[in-house]
Ligand binder design. Structure first.
Ligand SMILES: [Zn+2]
Ligand SMILES: [Zn+2]
Ligand SMILES: [Zn+2]
Length: 613
């Protein structure tokens, strides 16, 4: 009792200051005045900040953390309500290292920041991602080993804070998950302190957050004296709990809006962890676009370090009559495709709409692939809705003011052979283009980002054509999915994919045993020639009005690359008779003849190619 009182006193004095000294709202010394009394609060390395994911630099040294005793139960000693926050003090022996930290840190406490009951309009997280703030934020505070609190605050890396966003999980019942129900039940009234005896570990509270995906920057304590001594780790994925448990903080603690307003980044850099980088294809850091910037489509070849002028580029026109039958192109094994909880969030990255999957939940093997591939994301390529003749709204697209957005007027007819200047798919099938194409991107399992740069089979991309149908809002799952697009109208914005959507549901009844195979490249800079391409014969059928949403909601138009020369590559197919998908199946004897002609012609093509080599 005496001991815990002493610890409490030390922490209050050292970290928070007496509650009369400062406040968030309703007193003289509110955040805009903190600098008058605590000089560090006016510094150039203050926290919290907004994290602009477009400016984040990937750092391969930001690897896994070593978290000692995070899984040990009953390490939470006291829960204190000090009038600024609710803080949980921990027993000694909990430690943080790794994760790109230069030292070992001893964990002292964790605490929370929150807003008001109206979580949507008054969120309480301190950090934000692309301007999006969450209802709450949890901070796990550790001191560099061997330093006392005063020494730690004077050291530029004296303190490590692990920051976790807390978000509402809509689809679960109230009081869930149970560990959070039990923990939040203990929230004391303002000024009170309760001893805890919970059979819960810190890790239990972190739920299934991917601890390998995080942002890193150097900043400060977010309460006075704002010492610039903190190595910040902000995890990308939120802890998601039921709304009623978040409301226990806003309603039971006796105060609301306990967060510091955001501070300027100044000349600091925010780094992304190694695993965070795996969600996007590697790039050389050049800003590129499809049209209207220095590195527009026709100048991708000039981007230094990129392969866009290579001999094995994608997309291509697939000439079905010249595709070579390859018996080893068997059935795929799709792991996690039927799981409706694999999708993490949707981002408008200024080039496309990208659905990022949860780490390691989805995998692809078989289908002639020699190894297992981990699916990281899927995205889309599309044209311009007005040019599909889908509606007359083409000229009224919301202007993003961005160099990425292309106008219909300046659109150059792609050399894809579509003939009409319409289209949107990247690949063409017998010179026919579709209004949209979906790419499911997987990386060879276990490959680091660095290895992926050198491995010619680092990526497996599954390409699906999307055909627009005349009905409305079909299929229902696509209505559901595309409803998210209105939430990501700004470049860089994200929306959680909370709803139950599986890849299987999106792919519908497309026959996934019929496909083409060739070796090519990423279709965006740096155009790495490291992709095993699979293009499925049958398109996914989606209502025109939903296809149209991709351009009307995001303001992005004509986000596709035109077809590239095949050079001496071979396109393989799963079928002996590679009829164009639109051809009706001829009856018995013509089929044989037709197949024979195809076999002969593909044989000729093969021989001809072999002669050339
Ligand atoms: Zn904090
Ligand atoms: Zn350049
Ligand atoms: Zn793509």
């Amino acid at each position: 009792m005496n001991l815990s009182f002493t610890l409490l006193l030390v922490n209050v004095v050292v970290f928070v200051g007496a509650s009369e000294d400062w406040c968030y709202t309703g007193c003289e010394n509110s955040p805009s005045r903190w600098g008058d009394h605590y000089e560090h609060c006016n510094g150039n390395r203050q926290s919290p900040i907004n994290i602009d994911t477009k400016q984040v630099i990937n750092n391969k040294n930001l690897q896994d953390f070593n978290l000692a005793n995070f899984t040990k139960k009953d390490t939470m000693k006291n829960l204190t309500n000090n009038g600024h926050t609710v803080k949980c003090e921990l027993e000694p022996g909990i430690e943080v290292s790794g994760g790109g930290l230069n030292d070992d840190y001893s964990t002292l406490q964790f605490h929370f920041h929150w807003g008001e009951d109206d979580l949507e309009h008054f969120p309480g997280s301190e950090h934000s991602i692309n301007g999006h703030r969450y209802p709450m934020e949890m901070h796990i505070v550790s001191l560099k080993k061997g330093l006392n609190p005063t020494e730690a605050k004077a050291n530029s890396e004296g303190i490590s804070v692990l920051g976790f966003f807390i978000d509402v999980k809509e689809e679960i019942e109230t009081g869930m998950p149970e560990v959070w129900e039990r923990f939040s039940e203990a929230i004391p009234a303002s000024g009170a302190n309760v001893a805890l005896s919970l059979d819960i570990s810190i890790q239990d509270l972190l739920l299934d957050v991917d601890l390998t995906k995080y942002y890193r920057y150097h900043g400060s304590l977010t309460t006075p004296g704002c010492n610039e001594a903190v190595v910040w780790t902000v995890f990308q994925q939120p802890i998601r709990i039921s709304k009623d448990l978040i409301l226990r903080f806003t309603q039971n603690a006796g105060f609301t809006d306990v967060y510091r307003p955001q501070q300027s980044l100044h000349d600091r850099t925010v780094y992304g962890s190694s695993n965070l980088g795996a969600t996007t294809p590697p790039s050389e850091g050049h800003e590129w676009c499809y049209e209207g910037c220095d590195h527009a489509l026709s100048h991708w070849g000039d981007i230094s370090g990129a392969s866009c002028k290579g001999e094995n580029q994608s997309p291509i026109n697939i000439d079905s009559h010249n595709a070579t039958y390859k018996p080893s192109l068997g059935h795929f094994s799709f792991f996690g495709f039927s799981d409706s909880q694999t999708m993490d969030y949707l981002i408008n990255n200024g080039h496309t709409v990208n659905a990022v999957l949860k780490n390691g939940k989805v995998e692809v093997a078989g289908g002639g692939l020699e190894e297992m591939y981990t699916t990281v994301q899927f995205h889309f390529h599309w044209g311009n809705s007005s040019q599909h003749g889908l509606s007359g709204e083409g000229q009224s697209h919301r202007s993003t003011g961005s160099s990425h957005a292309k106008s219909a007027e300046s659109h150059e007819t792609p050399s894809s052979g579509g003939g009409s200047g319409s289209g949107g798919s990247e690949h063409a099938m017998d010179s026919h283009v579709y209004p949209m194409e979906m790419h499911i991107v997987s990386m060879k399992k276990g490959l680091t980002a660095e290895q992926a740069q050198k491995d010619p089979t680092a990526y497996a991309v599954l390409g699906f054509f999307i055909e627009a149908t005349d009905d409305n809002d079909q299929p229902g799952i696509w209505k559901n999915f595309t409803d998210h697009l209105q939430m990501i109208q700004n470049i860089g914005s994200t929306i959680d994919l909370h709803q139950d959507i599986s890849l299987d549901a999106l792919l519908g009844n497309v026959d996934r045993t019929k496909y083409y195979r060739y070796k090519g490249s990423l279709t965006t800079p740096s155009c790495n020639e490291a992709v095993i391409w699979t293009i499925f014969k049958e398109p996914i059928k989606v209502s025109k009005n939903l296809v149209e949403k991709f351009s009307t909601e995001t303001g992005l138009n004509n986000v596709f690359r035109s077809v590239q020369p095949l050079h001496n590559r071979v396109v393989y197919t799963t079928e002996v008779s590679s009829n164009p998908p639109s051809s009706p199946t001829p009856s018995s004897s013509p089929t044989c003849l037709f197949s024979l002609v195809l076999i002969l012609s593909s044989l000729c093509a093969t021989l001809w190619i072999n002669q050339r080599q």
